[in-house]
Ligand binder design. Sequence first.
Ligand SMILES: Cc1cc2nc3c(=O)[nH]c(=O)nc-3n(C[C@H](O)[C@H](O)[C@H](O)COP(=O)(O)OP(=O)(O)OC[C@H]3O[C@@H](n4cnc5c(N)ncnc54)[C@H](O)[C@@H]3O)c2cc1C
Length: 312
Amino acid sequence: MVEGWPGRGQGWGVEFVRVSRWAQALEVRAACPRAVPVSGGTDVMVEVKAGRLRPAMLLDLGPVAELAEWEPADGWLRVGAGVTYTRLIEELGARLPGLAQAARTVGSRQIRNRGTLGGNLGTAATKGVCHPVLLACDARVELAGATGGTRLIDADGFYQGERRTALADTELIRAVWLRPAHGPQYFAKVGVRNAMTTAICSLALTVDHDRCRVGVGIGAAGPVPARARAAEEFAAAHIDWKGGPGRPLAADVVGHFADLVARAADPADDLRAGAAYRRHALTVIARRTLTWATTPPTTRPADHLRRHGGEP
Ligand SMILES: Cc1cc2nc3c(=O)[nH]c(=O)nc-3n(C[C@H](O)[C@H](O)[C@H](O)COP(=O)(O)OP(=O)(O)OC[C@H]3O[C@@H](n4cnc5c(N)ncnc54)[C@H](O)[C@@H]3O)c2cc1C
């Protein structure tokens, strides 16, 4: 079926197609919906090595230049699915501080050099670092297919179940659209250690002074990454938007916000943590991030900005 496609090969019973142009990628995907797309391979190859995934065909998107680009577009940033964590940190850290903070927590330098935004969305594990940030930022995911054209869907609509997404098996993830930050953004993750560990729970918080909006996304706190909508609305109603950034909130407001975040969770008991611990940990990081986001930088602990860099 793939006769004539460039970069075609075969090994250990797997057909391998390497494409260098976006149009080619869509063509292969449409013709072979069972082909497994590969970007950085940091999830796919782990699954293959462990024997949990036996693909008949791999579609290597690594050389597709369009996927590795990001650009400003209509007041948004359109970030290609193939942009790596390292580039999110180095090139977009000032404009998308929440996403850059999340990227800094991923694996090791080698994983950050290969792992991509699109790959994190493709796997759609509830513990994936990008999801809480995309939810908190009201991001949109751009999906494309050779026949169906392009569609933009809200991040909230992209996650449809445990590792299930809105991506059709003839489509690919092209890009993610995010607004540049107009206020503080924070990402916090609780794990058994700081590096090379997946989240026991995680939270992203964005305060958008342009739109008078608070966004809260939570990860590893249920089968699907989720927004804490009641907490978002409660915090937005208590922030003094006219007073400008950095007006501390009363402790009881911050405490109730944290409780609302925990109520939005539907955590599991598993080997790494119990549901009660996950809920408690969420209240801690919810209180912490909202306090950071509403406290003037000069009154924060000295090492806070160095470690988190949460200002746009
Ligand atoms: C040691 C180690 C540590 C890790 N640490 C973390 C961590 O801290 N946090 C975290 O969230 N993850 C972590 N990961 C997982 C992984 O690095 C990330 O999920 C990463 O974002 C995957 O990106 P990738 O480009 O390597 O994806 P790939 O492995 O190439 O693909 C992942 C999935 O996405 C699909 N896919 C890829 N690109 C597209 C596309 N354009 N369109 C449609 N589908 C696509 C693939 O088919 C596959 O289902 C770790 C992995 C390892 C090995």
